[in-house]
Design a protein around this ligand. Structure first.
Ligand SMILES: CCCCCCCCCC/C=C\C/C=C/C(=O)SCCNC(=O)CCNC(=O)[C@H](O)C(C)(C)COP(=O)(O)OP(=O)(O)OC[C@H]1O[C@@H](n2cnc3c(N)ncnc32)[C@H](O)[C@@H]1OP(=O)(O)O
Ligand SMILES: Cc1cc2nc3c(=O)[nH]c(=O)nc-3n(C[C@H](O)[C@H](O)[C@H](O)COP(=O)(O)OP(=O)(O)OC[C@H]3O[C@@H](n4cnc5c(N)ncnc54)[C@H](O)[C@@H]3O)c2cc1C
Length: 664
């Protein structure tokens, strides 16, 4: 018997080859096959069930997380999964866990900041999970300002050890994931002090708990920081607190790739830039951009499928009502998000390439591209996560009342996702880093130093400052060079205007602080330009499959023109386009939405998400939403009994009070 599919008609409307689009989304046929296999493996395993987790108490949720992590590890070993497959498996399990920090930060910190001897000693144990580690940087009093950390690591030449100490309450480590209840070790960031001199913040490998009894080692106070936003969600993670009372570690546990302390206590700064101490954050920020496309795609998939099932108003002669996806307002809210998911996917792919390139250069002691890698990872992490967090909430609203039900999957997705705007660098703090980089680039324009990479367009500032947009008709906005020039001109004009305003301040730091809201806008304009330009570059590639490239062109235009419409004030105020050209862009945008419409369901099918991963009744593949909502309601614990617990104590006395009153 053929399976019921409420979206069958929608799927028939698609004008492109879905299988080929799935490959474009996955990045390659190999990636597609790997991720498809691993996603199905997770979806079919009852241990990885997650439909009940918002009902669990904190303790039960945490134990469930430990159980899933142990089971995932067993599957990884039994099936001899590669590191890449193992990462995929953990991400499809879709439950924040200590393993994210062990594999995602502890190991990368040792790899990036440790020496080869330190790699040999620590990495084999970490890879086998004989030790479990976390990344302990943030403190109660300082997160963004890493140079303000207070924990000290004082070298004692007598014993060849560091003495780790938390001198104040605010120096308590606070937030590290996996620290609270699980980690046996941590990479701890502390101020290095030798001979009474403070050498700034460095990383140290510190054992926290006994490997036999899991008890904190002497001098260490450790625990969980408490419940976080939402039910389920990030509460599966044991974000922790940590204090040191003169804890001793051997000298060779300082991560010594960037700087060293000799046996005599001499501090040696190598020719590696000190910013490499921040390298793990750069790595994770890069992964967060790709993850943003996944989270956004997930929310968009739910909202798109539901919008095709949901009908409201407009029934004629007793016929069906209108699918809400056919309302132009629904399209103008939903389709830019669909386009953004694809845009973030491609910029994420490019950022991964950039990161790999900078890593190879660093190994060869070429540090020239580090500032750009920092600016790109910081800026794109900030921009994509802010958009995604807002988009998840918009998708909830696009699903009307049912979007607010836990089983729509959207509330939990929102709750898990939003801290991404804060962790790995607060989004505003990161945009200010991008702005610094841009202002530095502008200040060097006259010096003969040619801007390269993502700021190469600034080298054409003279042209971009006075060019005029040539759009006369709506369809002129479909020309890639017209779009690109408008975004470049807007970014460079905003940058130069800010640089000029900064020049009016006698103290540049005062100027930077005063103008910081404008500088944030400049950074956003630059990041949007990067995303638009990488989408356009993607379209230069050979993309096989009937209609696939055409759909991507439509999505790219939607992405660019919706940004232009949203930030029309910037484009017009900087004289990049006229108000009339802005209106033509909006006209073209409406035409593009009509072209997306028949392909919308297939475009979200291309994400290839299993129903397990989506975790949403509204987004399920077959679209059988109402029956599933109805069945699911009866599974709620409140429906275990017809009359609720508490009726006799609390309800009945109120309901019966009129009898007593009447008797009085
Ligand atoms: C496939 C596997 C996937 C695994 C994924 C794992 C994902 C796991 C996710 C788990 C979930 C959550 C984990 C969360 C973890 C955390 O949150 S860890 C803590 C993160 N903390 C932060 O991000 C702090 C943010 N603050 C900073 O980064 C810095 O303090 C800040 C940059 C804001 C300022 O630093 P200063 O040293 O004061 O720098 P400044 O004076 O402004 O700049 C000096 C100079 O240095 C350059 N710079 C700064 N940062 C970097 C960098 N990271 N890399 C390179 N260069 C950097 C800066 O541009 C300046 O350069 P200039 O040329 O002198 O101007
Ligand atoms: C779920 C979660 C997981 C985490 N996991 C880890 C982990 O594993 N390891 C770890 O070490 N840390 C972790 N953290 C901590 C995280 O990295 C920090 O919270 C983050 O870097 C932000 O720092 P903060 O909390 O000090 O924010 P603050 O800097 O105090 O920010 C507060 C406000 O001040 C503003 N602000 C701050 N500085 C400036 C400035 N210079 N200019 C303008 N505005 C400014 C910010 O924009 C924000 O609005 C985690 C945090 C969360 C929420």
């Amino acid at each position: 018997m053929e399976a019921l599919d409420y979206h069958a008609e929608e799927r028939r409307k698609a004008e492109f080859n879905l299988d080929e689009m799935k490959i474009v989304w996955a990045g390659s046929r190999r990636n597609y096959e790997l991720s498809d296999r691993v996603a199905r493996l997770v979806a079919s395993d009852p241990v990885f069930r997650k439909d009940n987790r918002t009902m669990l108490t904190r303790k039960d949720l945490f134990k469930d997380t430990l159980r899933k992590a142990a089971h995932a590890w067993k599957r990884i070993i039994d099936l001899r999964l590669s590191e890449e497959e193992a990462n995929m498996l953990r991400s499809y399990v879709d439950q924040p866990a200590f393993t994210d920090l062990h594999w995602g930060m502890f190991i990368p910190a040792i790899k990036g900041q440790g020496t080869s001897e330190q790699h040999e000693k620590w990495l084999p144990m970490a890879y086998k999970m004989q030790i479990i580690g976390c990344y302990a940087q943030t403190e109660l009093g300082h997160g963004s300002n890493v140079q303000g950390l207070e924990t000290t690591a004082t070298f004692d030449p007598q014993t060849d050890e560091f003495d780790l100490h938390s001198p104040t309450l605010t120096s308590s480590k606070w937030w590290p994931g996996g620290l609270g209840k699980v980690s046996t070790h941590a990479v701890v960031y502390a101020r290095l002090i030798t001979g009474g001199q403070d050498h700034g913040v460095h990383g140290f490998i510190v054992q926290l708990r006994g490997l036999d009894d899991h008890l904190p080692l002497p001098g260490i106070t450790v625990g969980d920081i408490g419940m976080k936003f939402g039910s389920g969600a990030y509460n599966s993670m044991d974000n922790g607190l940590l204090r040191f009372d003169h804890v001793r570690i051997p000298r060779n546990q300082m991560l010594m790739r960037v700087s060293q302390v000799t046996r005599e206590g001499k501090f040696v700064q190598s020719d590696v830039p000190r910013q490499l101490v921040y390298g793990t954050m750069v790595y994770v920020r890069q992964t967060i951009v790709s993850d943003a496309s996944c989270a956004l795609a997930r929310a968009v998939c739910i909202a798109t499928r539901y919008s095709a099932v949901r009908r409201q108003f407009g029934s004629q002669n007793g016929g069906p009502e209108i699918q809400v996806i056919d309302y132009k307002t629904q399209q103008s809210r939903l389709f830019p998000l669909l386009a953004s998911a694809y845009a973030f996917r491609f910029v994420g792919e490019w950022l991964k390439w950039l990161y790999t390139d900078v890593t190879q250069r660093l190994q060869a002691n070429d540090f020239s591209t580090l500032p750009e890698a920092h600016a790109c990872t910081a800026g794109l992490k900030s921009m994509t996560t802010s958009v995604t967090a807002d988009a998840i909430e918009e998708c909830r609203k696009l699903c009307g009342g049912h979007g607010y039900l836990s089983n729509s999957g959207l509330p939990e997705l929102f709750a898990v996702y939003i801290p991404t705007c804060t962790y790995e660098g607060d989004n505003v703090v990161l945009l200010l880093q991008v702005a610094r980089f841009l202002m530095k680039t502008v200040s060097q324009l006259g010096s003969g130093k040619k801007p390269v990479g993502t700021t190469a367009y600034m080298g054409r500032a003279e042209h971009l400052m006075q060019c005029r947009c040539e759009v006369e008709m709506a369809q002129d906005w479909l020309k890639p060079s017209t779009i690109l020039e408008a975004f470049e001109a807007r970014a460079v004009r905003m940058s130069i205007a800010c640089a000029k305003s900064l020049g009016k301040f006698s103290n540049p730091e005062d100027g930077f602080a005063e103008l910081s809201p404008d500088l944030v806008e400049v950074a956003i304009a630059h990041c949007q330009l990067i995303v638009v330009s990488k989408f356009l570059e993607k379209l230069q590639q050979d993309i096989p499959g009937k209609g696939v490239k055409r759909q991507l062109e439509i999505l790219c235009n939607v992405y660019a023109l919706h940004l232009l419409h949203k930030h029309l004030g910037d484009f017009v105020a900087t004289g990049c386009i006229t108000p009339n050209q802005g209106a033509l862009a909006n006209e073209q945008l409406r035409l593009l939405y009509a072209q997306v419409r028949p392909n919308a369901i297939a475009l979200v099918d291309a994400f290839n998400y299993t129903d397990h991963y989506l975790g949403s009744i509204l987004g399920c593949y077959d679209g059988n939403v109402y029956q599933k909502l109805y069945q699911e309601a009866w599974k709620d614990p409140l429906n275990d009994t017809v009359v609720p617990d508490g009726y006799l104590e609390y309800l009945r006395p109120i309901l019966k009070q009129h009898i007593r009153t009447a008797r009085l």
